[in-house]
Design a protein around this ligand. Structure first.
Ligand code: 3HC
Length: 320
């Protein structure tokens, strides 16, 4: 068999294409087209940043959770998000980038994070609705990523998705409890649903016709479904859940289309989406300022870890 090192660019490309077509995973040391690597770095970094920034809207309620049980659940969830960020930064590092550099790019606004985390959490019902809708949307988007073509990303997503399922359940369960409570609690749940529904639909990205990356990412099997396919799946999944909960989804155009076998739904406000993605959302400034401050305040930890590693290396060297 010809050693991979002896193959020319065209043969390497063919080998890569064949593996992707056979649904075999591409691993860090395999040859890959530079554009494939860059796309993965872009998507995985954006995903990692989203997990880390996503800790802020929920962290906002940690000290105000209504009971010890709710606080313990929320604390566990926020910690899970930190873990997801770390797996994803590790997956990105396997593509030859450095986590520190990615963080610098995030805090300098050279890389994106999900639009959804730029909305405020005004009441504790928002925490339940984030679990139900935001984590629900995340699951829809991320379960197919367990089959994405890049091995380290696919494997990270398996654990992430298991934890996201718990997040979705805890949110829905807390909303069920509130809906069985007072009129005021039910109003809070409806109000939070009204505010989070449309931003949740925007999480899936622009419509397919305006999505510059979908076609190529589908061909490389990085993405397994288009933005619109996943958005539809999410709507179909959420309508019966809203009915069981007893809330109304804020879309007058939402109705069952028997011919299509799906719910028809209204168009999200794409001008709002563009505004939020370009940094003009309700909380963009606050989210980035907080992330920047946390990074600066963590400098001493990074310095201490680097000094310790240097000392260890010197000790090992002396012992040789
Ligand atoms: N927020 C911010 N930017 C978005 C976005 C969103 N909701 N949706 C799309 N974009 C950006 C894209 O990054 C791309 O920007 P770029 O080309 O300048 O980098 C541009 O808008 C065009 O969009 P495309 O559809 O062409 O981009 P993609 O093919 O990358 O698709 C995606 C977008 C569907 C979000 C895809 O990147 C993806 O599936 N990513 C992985 C999942 C992810 O990042 N989820 C974020 C939420 S994490 C989360 O929910 C955690 C939780 O705990 C709740």
């Amino acid at each position: 068999m010809t050693a991979m090192a002896e193959l020319g660019e065209a043969e390497l490309q063919q080998h890569f294409d064949d593996r992707v077509a056979k649904d075999q995973r591409i691993e860090p040391r395999d040859w890959m087209p530079e554009a494939y690597r860059k796309t993965l770095v872009r998507q995985i970094a954006q995903h990692a940043h989203s997990e880390i920034i996503g800790m802020q809207p929920e962290g906002n309620w940690l000290t105000r959770a209504p009971s010890l049980r709710r606080k313990a659940i929320l604390l566990a969830k926020v910690q899970d998000e930190a873990g997801h960020g770390l797996y994803l930064y590790s997956a990105a590092e396997s593509l030859g980038v450095d986590r520190g550099e990615l963080t610098e790019k995030l805090i300098d606004s050279r890389q994106k994070y999900s639009s959804i985390f730029n909305y405020p959490t005004l009441t504790f019902a928002d925490i339940g609705v984030i679990g139900w809708l935001v984590d629900g949307a995340a699951i829809c988007n991320q379960v197919p990523l367990c089959r994405t073509s890049y091995g380290p990303y696919a494997r990270a997503m398996v654990r992430v998705c298991k934890e996201e399922s718990f997040h979705q359940r805890q949110g829905y369960e807390s909303l069920m409890t509130m809906m069985g409570g007072t009129d005021e609690q039910r109003e809070m749940v409806q109000d939070a649903t009204d505010r989070w529904w449309w931003p949740s639909l925007m999480m899936f990205g622009p419509p397919d016709g305006d999505s510059p990356n979908t076609q190529q990412s589908m061909a490389w099997r990085i993405k397994r479904h288009t933005n619109d396919e996943l958005r539809q799946k999410f709507v179909d999944m959420s309508v019966p859940q809203a009915e069981a909960l007893g809330v109304t989804l804020p879309d007058p155009e939402l109705h069952w289309n028997a011919e299509r076998g799906h719910y028809d739904f209204g168009e999200p406000d794409w001008s709002e989406f563009k505004q939020v993605v370009s940094g003009q959302g309700p909380c963009n400034e606050q989210r980035l300022a907080r992330r920047r401050r946390a990074h600066e305040e963590g400098q001493w930890v990074r310095d201490a870890a680097a000094a310790y590693a240097a000392k260890q290396a010197a000790t090992e060297e002396e012992a040789r």
